[in-house]
Design a protein around this ligand. Structure first.
Ligand code: C2E
Ligand code: SIN
Ligand code: SIN
Ligand code: SIN
Ligand code: SIN
Ligand code: FE
Ligand code: FE
Length: 362
């Protein structure tokens, strides 16, 4: 292939690579590009799994995913030494790990491997081209694969960082939501379960995957407004007086006001959850007596999750109810408290609901 032809391939893919948001797809694009430009038979991207001391193929052309020990074979050598490697005849090299060929039924002739580094210079994985179509891998091939490895490293690192941020964010939300209910002796798992039930209903309604993920985090925030309610009321063992009840109902508006000013879509959703989770389908709920679809979908979903879980659980003012009594009560509230369509979906999935209750039992 002439340089001109290589440039053509590179330019034809530049736009696509530049605009790809999905890390997995981007890595496939980069592997394809590497294979085509280097004129190799296939290209694999191995990532380092530090816990297991293994390298695994994030992208592998035409073969199943494999895992190899992180110090074995050519990829292991490159990961350990942090240097590129060209091998002319794999089977004559003592570093070769023929296990892989045996597993994949492939015949490795020659190999070019380069390391992937993160910003701190730590090895993240290995980019490997196998079987040059004609002749052997050149110095130019090393340069090209190293360049593409830099793109791949930065994509991988960003993706790892995003996952970490999402996890930390999720944990912070769960812990803070719990802190609000904490005054009220509800358990941490009540928060987790309400989120999981809400996600389940979102999925049953066929909502977008990201929306379902957001619901799982937003629904647990339904009672954040309880942070503004005096302990004497929250933790009262018996029935509330009329006055105390008026104060208690304010937890919806307090929660809404805490959350509403954020630009984040997730917190916007959570604000509506807090405001609407005690509204009822027939208009008899609080704080505003909204009716039917005037109540946000997020509020309608969360109210089913929250009431079901509150009934099944112990509260300072009540003992847990058995499942049958709870389901009968939920049904009796169809079109009264609850959106009938969503309630039906929830009850159709009662097996999954009970699995969640068992998995996150108090
Ligand atoms: P919560 O304990 O998290 O209960 C959430 C919702 O579950 C209640 O909203 C209600 O719709 C349903 N629920 C819970 N227990 C029962 C029950 O024994 N029977 C029936 N039919 N429904 C039940 P609600 O009623 O708007 O109450 C909101 C919050 O106000 C409750 O949250 C709880 O923190 C407090 N609360 C309600 N009633 C009492 C009470 O009698 N004594 C005390 N100390 N707190 C109460
Ligand atoms: C190895 O690194 O030894 C395995 C090479 C391959 O992917 O075939
Ligand atoms: C935790 O256990 O602290 C977090 C659990 C979760 O996010 O579901
Ligand atoms: C509020 O004033 O706190 C809520 C207003 C609304 O329901 O839109
Ligand atoms: C929807 O997306 O259908 C509902 C939005 C909302 O009720 O707030
Ligand atoms: Fe509430
Ligand atoms: Fe609750």
């Amino acid at each position: 292939m002439t340089d001109r032809e290589k440039l053509k391939i590179l330019l034809s893919k530049a736009q696509e690579i530049n605009s790809e948001q999905d890390t997995d797809k981007l890595l496939i694009l980069l592997s394809d590009l590497a294979r085509d430009m280097i004129e190799a038979d296939r290209c694999s991207l191995f990532l380092l799994d530090e816990e297991k001391n293994e390298l695994w193929t994030k992208v592998a052309h035409g073969v199943d995913r494999i895992r190899v020990p992180s110090d074995k074979g050519f990829v292991g050598w490159v990961a350990t030494h942090g240097e590129p490697l060209i091998v002319e005849d794999a089977y004559k090299d003592p570093r070769f790990n023929p296990e892989v060929d045996r597993e994949t039924g492939y015949r490795t002739r020659n190999v070019l491997s380069v390391p992937l580094f993160n910003r701190k210079g730590k090895v993240l994985g290995v980019f490997q081209a196998v079987n040059k179509k004609e002749g052997s891998f050149s110095k130019e091939d090393v340069e090209l694969l190293s360049l593409l490895a830099k793109f791949a490293s930065s994509a991988v690192e960003t993706s790892i960082l995003q996952t970490k941020i999402k996890e930390a964010y999720r944990e912070a939300i769960m812990k803070l939501s719990h802190a609000a209910e904490y005054k009220d002796p509800e358990t941490f798992n009540h928060i987790v379960r309400v989120g999981m039930f809400a996600k389940l209903m979102g999925e049953a309604l066929g909502l977008d995957k990201q929306v379902c993920e957001d619901l799982m985090l937003a629904a647990p925030m339904h009672d954040v407004g309880k942070i503004g309610i005096p302990d004497a009321i929250l933790q009262k063992r018996g029935k509330l007086t009329e006055e105390e009840w008026e104060v208690m109902k304010q937890h919806t508006i307090i929660g809404y006001n805490i959350l509403k000013s954020s630009k984040s879509e997730l917190l916007q959703m959570a604000a509506l959850v807090a405001l609407d989770h005690h509204e009822k389908w027939d208009g008899s709920g609080y704080p505003y007596g909204k009716k039917g679809e005037e109540i946000s979908l997020w509020g309608r979903i969360t109210s089913i999750a929250d009431v079901f879980d509150a009934l099944m659980s112990k509260r300072p003012y009540k003992d847990p109810w058995p499942l049958e009594k709870t389901v009968d009560y939920m049904k009796s509230q169809r079109e009264k408290a609850f959106d009938p369509e969503i309630l039906d979906l929830f009850l159709e999935n009662i097996d999954k609901v009970m699995e969640i209750r068992e998995r996150f039992a108090d």
